[in-house]
Design a protein around this ligand. Structure first.
Ligand SMILES: Cc1cc2nc3c(=O)[nH]c(=O)nc-3n(C[C@H](O)[C@H](O)[C@H](O)COP(=O)(O)OP(=O)(O)OC[C@H]3O[C@@H](n4cnc5c(N)ncnc54)[C@H](O)[C@@H]3O)c2cc1C
Length: 399
């Protein structure tokens, strides 16, 4: 049993926890981070996180600021354009296609796409070299005493951590969030999402494409080449039973259905590795802080995977906490800091959750009226320049 002392205790070493640790260490704070699982750092392992993340501009700004971009950049694919294709029926018939250009907004791409397992591998290696970070993988959070001046955490190996502040970055079912008594509100849709990687015959030209049809979007996000072949990450939302059927379909049949669902846009697509299946929910924490503990990322908000909002919203939590801590380092974890965090993030999180919930309900529907609304909405958002720009700006997140 060991006793650890640090400015900050972080429960959860997923991408959000890893970035939080890197950010606070770069700002001069000492950090203890724990996670019961060692990150999976290969694509082939059945526990590998086969999702990708399109990191938007504010995330890139954070990575530049804390020195992480240099380790991530070699694995990133820029996203220069976003195409939205509206289809109906089966095989999908294209009703409309609209393209949004990043150059409408600035000289930067919309974002940069990286595989999640690669991000975890790279940041994990980076954390090992940071003298202010004690990263304990294979050890989980167990219990907490949330005092007015400090927190005292017990880990599942019996070690104790005393810190000025705690951050719950331990996912949707966050044990630290629960231990400090923060409840959640959850909406279930009966949808699931497949996530996997493909290689394909035609180049993606750095265009991310969302193909809408009943059940939800089929999203194609460019990746760097795999073995000199064009590659993309796919997120494919469906009603639960259909998603399970697709998950278990023999590969040749699956590739045929996928080809049709993509409208043949990138030519034939070949599955690379495993398929993974994710339940789709909207879940928000009813408070963002309790005592000296703040909740961030999926511990605070889990959203349907539409518009690359999930982890990007999470990194906006981290940026806010970092700015507050940097402005008054002596007040780390104080009631004033926690109130300021809730005030700064509460409205944005609630608004994003509401918009994505509504968007998901309209876009997944097989109802003719809602499908007409979907088509009209797409045309209006794209064709009216001020609306297009403000929607794109809102999608990119706060600056
Ligand atoms: C199909 C799909 C596609 C997505 N695509 C995008 C996208 O393009 N862009 C985007 O921004 N977002 C996207 N998202 C959302 C994004 O993937 C998630 O928000 C993100 O991966 C969650 O990261 P996290 O660190 O919050 O949680 P997690 O990755 O769940 O990490 C939580 C960590 O906490 C640890 N933990 C559990 N128990 C304990 C304990 N007792 N003590 C300590 N640690 C513990 C776990 O082991 C885990 O490592 C997508 C989501 C889905 C489902």
């Amino acid at each position: 049993m060991a006793d650890h002392h640090a400015d900050l205790f972080i429960s959860g070493g997923g991408i959000a926890g890893q970035v939080t640790a890197s950010a606070f260490a770069a700002a001069g704070f000492s950090v203890v981070l724990v996670d019961p699982f060692v990150p999976v750092t290969t694509a082939g392992d059945e526990k590998s996180d086969l999702r990708s993340t399109a990191f938007l501009q504010p995330a890139r700004g954070l990575f530049d600021r804390i020195g992480l971009w240099d380790v991530l950049a070699p694995h990133a694919k820029p996203l220069d354009q976003l195409a939205v294709i509206d289809t109906v029926g089966w095989p999908p018939e294209i009703r409309d296609r609209r393209v949004f250009q990043a150059s409408d907004m600035s000289n930067d791409p919309f974002g940069w796409n990286l595989m999640n397992w690669v991000v975890r591998r790279e940041i994990w290696a980076y954390l090992q070299d940071q003298p202010r970070i004690t990263a304990l993988y294979g050890v989980g959070f167990k219990s907490i005493v949330n005092r007015s001046e400090e927190i005292i955490v017990t880990l599942d190996n019996g070690d104790r951590v005393r810190a000025r502040m705690g951050i719950a970055a331990d996912g949707k079912f966050s044990p630290l969030r629960e231990a400090v008594g923060i409840t959640v509100s959850t909406t279930r849709y009966g949808q699931k999402s497949l996530a996997f990687t493909v290689t394909h015959d035609q180049p993606h030209d750095n265009i991310s494409t969302e193909v809408y049809n009943e059940g939800g979007p089929f999203t194609i996000v460019p990746l760097p080449d795999i073995n000199e072949r064009n590659a993309s990450a796919i997120v494919w939302m469906n009603q639960g039973p259909r998603a399970v059927e697709l998950m278990n379909m023999p590969v040749p049949d699956f590739e045929e259905v996928m080809y049709q669902r993509s409208t043949g846009l990138l030519g034939r697509m070949h599955l690379e590795g495993n398929r993974s299946l994710w339940p789709i929910i909207t879940q928000t924490a009813d408070q963002l802080a309790a005592g000296r503990v703040a909740v961030v990322a999926e511990a605070a908000h889990a959203l349907p995977p539409i518009g690359a909002q999930g982890l990007n919203t999470s990194l906006n939590d981290v940026i806010t906490l970092l700015d507050l801590a940097g402005a008054q380092p002596g007040n780390l974890g104080s009631p004033a800091m926690m109130r300021a965090y809730e005030k700064a993030r509460g409205t944005d999180i609630a608004r994003r959750a509401k918009v994505i919930d509504l968007f998901n309900r309209v876009t997944r529907s097989g109802d003719g009226v809602l499908q007409a609304v979907r088509l009209m909405g797409l045309k209006a958002v794209h064709d009216v320049a001020p609306m297009r720009k403000s929607v794109m700006r809102a999608g990119l997140g706060p600056r």
